[in-house]
Design a protein around this ligand. Structure first.
Ligand code: BES
Ligand code: ZN
Length: 588
């Protein structure tokens, strides 16, 4: 099928990269990588090859026979620079030598005081959606897959971990870690971290990397991962990536989790000491199939990754935690979905599952593809029954494994396999029209209803008691905070802070919802806590809504830019760009 990826300069008619051998020297003093990369192409290339790049300092380009000429186009704010390699004469390999920029968007270099241990620096990458190009020139589109090997040289006392298979470690002046990735991946799933990391086995296929200070708590929190893989395999088919390990990052990590193959990158804020944040791991694990095995061809088809993953997440949650818990998640998610749609505008193209051809893919990836995508797939399930739909899931995974597909290719497959869906569900409306159809199977949850009762009571002047909410499910607390009026009396803010035991629970999701209410309610004394939060936590899902609330509220509007300037250095480029985007849009 013909398609164009608006977020990449790749021209598929020129040829495709098939394999890359990397030699990466990691230099903490200059915050750069020195890389030699040998590229193999799927077939011989004649003339030019366009690659995506971002602030790459290219030093040498050659094929086996000769030097290649090159040219960088002017930099586009979002896409970086097109690198044109010229003069191929039927070559199917070439080598580049280059240095990355200290401003490489995929990389965050942390000083020792930003880690738990406080003694060693830390580095990690985050390539999704279009930041791999700041580490190495590539066809940075999820429609191109390649295998790779990597030799990673790091300072003697540090450990390198990659989303790949570790082969061996060579000691010397530097320590060199050897990796290989035998399964073909799209560039956005390339991932590397370096720091004072230790490793702990959790099960036969599962383990965890973290700083020594955190490893104990982390290993306890995620001890059930092996069971999860077993359940996921029943739903989605065999796990084809070998191991499934986790890597706990410093709190500035801009996401909750990132599904890097074989090695999910994780926010440390998921370690709550309750095993209560399991849906995050379930989500990242499910991506091993929906996303990593069967991949969206462009970021316009993002729902194929995230909607499918959210659907799989709810199915696995149902098995592991029961229907009550699953229904509660869904009811909460429906409310979130409607709130986000209202924020971006019910008629905005951002509320369609097939997204518009934007260049700024980081900012247009909202939670809409997650929840709307999940609800659409549930409608498909209702239309044909669970048994038939489960057969379809297995066939879908098996038919498209290690491939990328567009929404249209998916719909063709759906039509061929489950024509009944098209009779019962208005597929076109779900995919191509904004907002939500009028009729669908909206989630019902008695645990959610219990919270709604407490909210009605609050409206009538009866506040919930500490005892009443003590045994609430984590998502009930979230649903309560979600449902509170945005403006409440300051004394009530203090009251909820106390009865919800926010400080004791130390849950970033609770803090984020709560701080927003405090800001909008004019509880100015909350500001130091908000600043402390913003100085530490990078997870955009929780940081950006606070920034929005501060922008929208009169008393805090002028305070948000100075506050952000004070914490800016502690954040990842991706978070900085996202916050800057909000501030600039608001004229701040
Ligand atoms: N793949 C995403 C993270 C992502 C999305 C990175 C878009 C870059 C661009 C990951 O699987 C994810 O969805 N993480 C969520 C948590 C999840 C439980 C909803 C997050 O980080 O908030
Ligand atoms: Zn995801």
């Amino acid at each position: 099928m013909e398609f164009k990826d608006p977020a990449s300069y790749t021209d598929l008619s020129q040829g495709k990269i098939k394999h890359i051998d990397f030699h990466i020297h990691v230099d903490f003093s200059t915050r750069t990588f020195d890389i030699e990369a040998k590229y193999q192409l799927q077939g011989p290339v004649h003339g030019s090859l366009f690659l995506d790049s971002f602030r790459i300092d290219l030093k040498e380009a050659r094929t086996n026979h000769k030097e290649l000429e090159w040219e960088f186009d002017p930099e586009d704010e979002f896409l970086g620079q097109r690198l044109q390699l010229k003069g191929f004469v039927g070559d199917s390999t070439f080598t580049l030598k280059f240095r990355t920029s200290p401003e490489a968007r995929a990389l965050q270099w942390l000083s020792a005081n930003q880690t738990v241990g406080g003694k060693y620096p830390f580095l990690f990458s985050q390539c999704q959606a279009i930041h791999a190009r700041s580490i190495f020139p590539c066809q940075d589109s999820p429609s191109v897959r390649f295998t790779y090997s990597a030799e990673v040289e790091v300072p003697q006392e540090l450990v390198a971990a990659m989303a790949a298979e570790q082969l061996e470690i060579q000691e010397g002046k530097h320590t060199t870690f050897l990796f290989k990735m035998p399964q073909p991946i799209p560039s956005y799933l390339f991932a590397l971290a370096v720091g004072n990391l230790t490793f702990r086995e959790l099960g036969p296929r599962t383990g965890i990397y973290a700083e020594p200070e955190t490893i104990e708590a982390a290993a306890w929190e995620f001890a059930e991962n092996e069971t999860k893989i077993v359940e996921a395999e029943k739903l989605l088919g065999p796990y084809l990536w070998g191991r499934y390990d986790l890597l706990v990052l410093p709190p500035s990590f801009p996401y909750g989790g990132m599904e890097n193959p074989r090695l999910t990158f994780l926010t440390p804020t998921a370690i709550l000491g309750t095993r209560g944040h399991l849906s995050l791991i379930t989500h990242e694990l499910a991506h091993a199939w929906t996303g990593n095995l069967v991949t969206n061809a462009t970021w316009q088809d993002f729902w194929l990754n995230e909607g499918w993953t959210t659907y799989a997440e709810t199915r696995i949650t149902e098995i592991l935690e029961g229907t009550d818990s699953k229904d509660l998640h869904l009811a909460f998610n429906e409310k979130q979905l409607i709130a986000i749609m209202e924020r971006v505008g019910m008629n905005s193209p951002q509320t369609c599952l097939k997204l518009p051809p934007e260049k700024d893919v980081d900012s247009f990836a909202t939670s809409i593809p997650y929840y709307k995508g999940c609800f659409f797939l549930q409608e498909c399930e209702y239309a044909v029954g669970r048994e038939r739909f489960d057969e379809f899931i297995q066939k879908y995974m098996a038919s498209f494994q290690f491939q990328s597909l567009t929404t249209e290719a998916f719909l063709d497959f759906l039509k061929a396999e489950l024509p009944l869906v098209f009779e019962k569900v208005d597929v076109h409306k779900w995919i191509y029209e904004p907002a939500l159809p009028e009729e669908w199977h909206r989630p019902k949850s008695h645990l959610y209803d219990e919270v709604q009762e407490a909210l009605y009571d609050y409206e009538k002047g009866i506040k919930p008691t500490k005892e009443q909410i003590q045994n609430w499910h984590r998502y009930q607390v979230l649903s309560f905070l979600q449902g509170l009026p945005k403006k409440i009396p300051v004394e009530d803010c203090q009251y909820f802070d106390d009865i919800l035991e926010l400080e004791k629970r130390n849950d970033v999701a609770f803090f984020s919802f709560f701080y927003i209410i405090c800001i909008m309610s004019g509880y100015e004394a909350i500001l130091p806590r908000v600043e402390q939060f913003m100085g530490k936590i990078g997870r955009m899902l929780y940081v950006l809504p606070i920034v929005r609330a501060m922008i929208e509220t009169d008393w805090s509007r002028d305070k948000v830019r100075p506050l952000f300037e004070r914490v800016r250095d502690r954040h990842h480029q991706i978070t900085v760009n996202a916050v800057e985007g909000l501030l600039k849009k608001a004229g701040l």
